[in-house]
Design a protein around this ligand. Structure first.
Ligand code: DGL
Length: 247
């Protein structure tokens, strides 16, 4: 299968990392809209417009599937992307909900949803988790984590102070949904903050779980073809991809 992966920037590379670990695809075309990141502070219509432009970009590649490796886009523009795409489009929010529901047996579990301002305002996770019967939900927009990850800050004093700033008044949750594909890069710090009993839900792992449920993957691809595109400074994105994905 030939796959397209879309994110507003470099965050979606954390999803590519999970896909590569599971050796599911023969070819992966990644597109990061680095010229217009962050999406998480933009309004719904702008996010939809950018997402449809990404579908147009992918039309050059005859893909079998597009993964929206951005929670913000998945929360607002999935239907519109599906309408304008010739191949199926799946998003990380539905996968994250599925993974949460598989991980937590108790519907009273306290779930903390982290995301950009746009993702949190959309209530996409809450709406779907409520449908699954979960009642004890809290959501927190933690947008500052996005530029920090883009800056390569994955640990240390600044991150610790930011974690405290966002989380100091919260009860320790049973599960944290890392509802932004940038956040797995700081998952160690989040895990240390809440302690080892808190389960972290990661968009990349969630999408693999979802794909393996929906599709049959008969062949493993150890050395898939990878192509990385960006709307601005593609060399910088490729350098980050090389580092994060050990290419
Ligand atoms: N990686 C995007 C997400 O998962 C967020 C980054 C942004 O604000 O563009 O929501």
């Amino acid at each position: 299968m030939k796959l397209g992966v879309f994110d507003s920037g470099i965050g979606g590379l954390t999803v590519v990392k999970s896909l590569l670990e599971h050796e599911l695809f023969e070819e992966i075309i990644y597109f990061g809209d680095t010229a217009r990141v962050p999406y998480g502070i933009k309004d719904k219509n702008t996010i939809i417009r950018y997402a449809i432009e990404a579908v147009e970009f992918f039309k050059n590649f005859e893909l079998d599937l597009i993964i929206v490796a951005c929670n913000t886009v998945s929360a607002y523009a999935l239907e519109e992307m599906r309408e304008s795409s010739a191949c199926p489009v799946i998003g990380v929010v539905e996968s994250g909900v599925l993974a949460t529901s598989n991980a937590l047996k108790d519907k009273n579990s306290n779930i903390l949803i982290l995301g950009t301002k746009a993702t949190v305002n959309s209530k996409a996770y809450e709406t779907s988790l409520h449908k699954q019967g979960f009642v004890n939900l809290q959501a927190k927009a933690t947008g500052l984590f996005v530029p920090m990850v883009e800056e390569g800050i994955y640990e240390g004093e600044i991150l610790d102070a930011t974690l405290k700033h966002y989380f100091k008044d919260l009860e320790t949750p049973h599960a944290v949904i890392l509802g932004c594909t940038h956040f797995p890069l700081i998952s160690n710090a989040i895990q240390n903050y809440f302690g080892k009993d808190t389960i972290l839900i990661h968009s990349g792992e969630a999408i693999v779980e979802h794909l393996e449920k929906e599709f049959t993957f008969e062949t493993k691809y150890k050395n898939p073809k990878l192509k990385f595109f960006a709307s601005e400074n593609p060399e910088a994105l490729r350098a980050v991809a090389k580092m994060w994905l050990n290419l």
